[in-house]
Design a binder for this molecule. Structure first.
Ligand code: AGP
Length: 609
């Protein structure tokens, strides 16, 4: 969504803010700005475009300001213009704020404030906050922020500064992330931990309604009523090279190659050598609960939805539990029927996706137990669930999700095996054999990524195509949805993913020699049917690019190009078959000269509906 960085300390804030914004750029990058609290007032600099434009506008001149704010924006209300870029100030210019999220009642607030004589300089919802604080400025910044909170509706986090109190920042959050970093004689606010991780690993994750006043030597935490509260400080375990490219040309390529490690870490301690699963870390997911379940709902968005769809097949096939899956933005409005024996699984790598959080809350309020599958400790999803299962993919900076996706599939497969075990849906021998096979998948992914690959040549051959159709069956169809999303979101080429058996009911009309068809052909039970579909495609003159299991000669003969992956059980194959599709999208986008880490119009975390 947007990125917020705040600094109060004894060092010049300008380079700290600019560096922090660079580490949060994946959250949004259509405009950016910073505010420096100088002795003669607040100096605000804003620019349209990605952070390079702000760096240029901010210039090389040094600043002694030790209280500073920064913001990188993904526009919700108001076009990406300099006027709409944050920070925003009140009429006097003495109060300045940066905000992430949405003020849903901004129109009525703005009308009321204009009627009282306030003048606005932007089209944004965020600017009303600066003027609301101005209304109470004589009560002190912290009190004024609390007063403003009483008028706001929506979900947001914001940080304010005032030239009347030049030694502090005040921040607050409601259903949108804001964290505090505690350094030596310096304190930080940020939308996400990477912004200050190179300065301190001492982190305080804020709760909804917290109003926090930061000074160089510490923080005061209160609730919205002004009562003092205590917030726990934790040591963030992650390493700060997660925000570095480590020699790769892009974060996305780095993260594609980090998948074996992400898989190993996600499986570690949860999959014994004998192939049995240990999810005892997730208290409450005991045998009795798992046996009682009558149904599972999976809710998610985007790539996380595709992970859920992939494993929905495995859960039904292995554990024999009915699974319904829905994109969260549909689920939350279709009045689903809940009951205590329906487990709702919310899959969200960021733990902050508004639609997924809302769907999880709806389920919980209706009495269904909710499990969050997320990659971020302390994220909102961990607070809105009864159980939490973490992927351990490490920070993912590239907007196009890759390692978090395969880590989600691995974690969900563990859950499928655990369910099958608790319900006696498979024999112990079958289950442990599958578990031992899953233990091998990180190594197979390693081998796959280490192979010399024809993907760059294939990408070179097809990068100018104007449309790609993806076809698959069963879990392979779900992998097609993910592969098609990868290509469209980073190369902007229109794609369509279809169940291969459904192609003849319409999409086949799209086929000719101009439209390459990507087929995901793991050698599962429906492979023979897929062969017939490939023949139908070839009969229309379309080129077939197949993802297939090593030594599958049939596919080799039918396809113009084959992206080979190591053999494994077809329930586990999606972790491997998706990797060539990630790389195909990556190289096509690269050949087209596009920014794969920051695709246009996208943001890494969509904290608005
Ligand atoms: C995937 O490449 C996209 N970045 C997007 O679809 C993403 O998967 C979706 O927004 C869900 O994000 P979440 O996992 O953080 O909830």
């Amino acid at each position: 969504m947007c990125g917020i960085v705040g600094y109060v300390g004894r060092r010049p804030g300008k380079p700290i803010i600019l560096d922090g914004l660079k580490r949060l750029e994946y959250r949004g990058y259509d405009s950016a700005g910073l505010a420096l609290l100088e002795p003669d007032g607040i100096n605000v600099v804003r620019a349209v475009g990605n952070l390079d434009a702000l760096f240029l506008a901010a210039g090389e001149d040094s600043s002694d300001a030790c209280v500073a704010l920064g913001h990188t924006r993904w526009a919700t209300h108001g076009r990406p213009t300099e006027e709409n870029a944050h920070p925003h100030s009140d009429c006097s210019g003495r109060i300045t704020i940066v905000l992430n999220g949405i003020v849903e009642n901004y129109k009525e607030l703005r009308e009321r404030l204009v009627a009282k004589g306030h003048t606005f300089g932007s089209e944004t919802d965020a600017e009303v906050v600066a003027h609301l604080i101005e209304e109470h400025a004589d009560e002190g910044l912290t009190t004024a922020v609390r007063a403003a909170l009483g008028e706001l509706e929506g979900h947001y986090s914001f940080v304010a500064m005032s030239s009347d109190e030049p030694d502090r920042l005040v921040g607050t959050r409601l259903e949108t992330p804001l964290v505090v970093g505690a350094g030596e004689h310096e304190m930080f606010f940020a939308s996400a931990i990477p912004a200050f991780l190179c300065h301190t690993r001492r982190v305080v994750v804020l709760e909804d309604g917290d109003v926090v006043t930061l000074r160089a030597d510490g923080a005061e935490y209160t609730d919205v009523a002004g009562n003092a509260i205590v917030r726990e400080e934790t040591e963030f375990p992650g390493d700060d090279d997660a925000a570095e490219k480590a020699g790769y040309e892009t974060f996305m390529l780095k993260e594609i190659h980090e998948q074996p490690a992400a898989l190993r870490d996600t499986l570690a301690g949860r999959l014994r050598e004998d192939g049995t699963v240990d999810l005892s870390e997730v208290e409450g997911l005991g045998d009795e609960f798992l046996r009682r379940l009558r149904r599972i709902f999976i809710v998610a968005c985007g790539t996380s939805f595709h992970a859920g769809l992939i494993v929905s097949y495995a859960i039904e096939q292995l554990a024999r539990v009915p699974v319904q899956i829905d994109v969260a933005s549909e689920f939350r409005y279709r009045r689903p029927v809940f009951d205590p024996d329906t487990l709702v699984i919310g899959i969200t790598q960021s733990g902050e996706t508004a639609d997924t959080l809302a769907a999880m809350r709806l389920a919980r309020e209706a009495g269904s137990p909710v499990l969050a599958l997320t990659n971020i400790m302390g994220s909102q999803a961990t607070r809105d669930a009864d159980f939490v299962l973490f992927t351990r993919a490490g920070l993912e900076i590239g907007v196009a999700a890759t390692k978090t996706h395969t880590a989600q599939v691995a974690a969900l497969l563990l859950l499928a095996l655990r369910l099958a075990w608790a319900r006696g849906a498979m024999s112990e021998a079958e289950l442990t054999a599958l578990g031992r096979e899953l233990r091998q998948v990180p190594e197979l992914a390693e081998q796959l990524l280490a192979r010399p690959s024809a993907i760059e040549q294939i990408a070179q051959r097809y990068h100018d195509e104007r449309f790609f159709l993806y076809l698959g069956r069963g879990m392979g169809y779900a992998v097609c949805l993910e592969g098609a999303l990868k290509l469209k979101e980073i190369s902007y080429i229109p794609t369509e993913a279809y169940a291969a058996g459904e192609m003849k009911h319409g999409p086949i009309a799209l086929l000719n020699s101009e439209s390459p068809v990507v087929v995901v052909a793991d050698d599962g039970p429906v492979f023979p049917k897929l062969v017939s579909n490939i023949e139908e495609v070839r009969a229309r003159g379309a080129d077939v690019i197949a993802v297939a299991t090593d030594d599958n000669e049939v596919i080799g003969e039918l396809s113009k190009d084959v992206l080979w992956v190591p053999k494994t059980d077809h329930h586990l194959a999606p972790i491997l078959t998706v990797i060539p599709l990630q790389l195909l999208a990556y190289h096509i986008a690269g050949i087209k000269g596009l920014n794969v880490d920051q695709p246009r119009n996208l943001a890494k975390t969509v904290t608005v509906e």
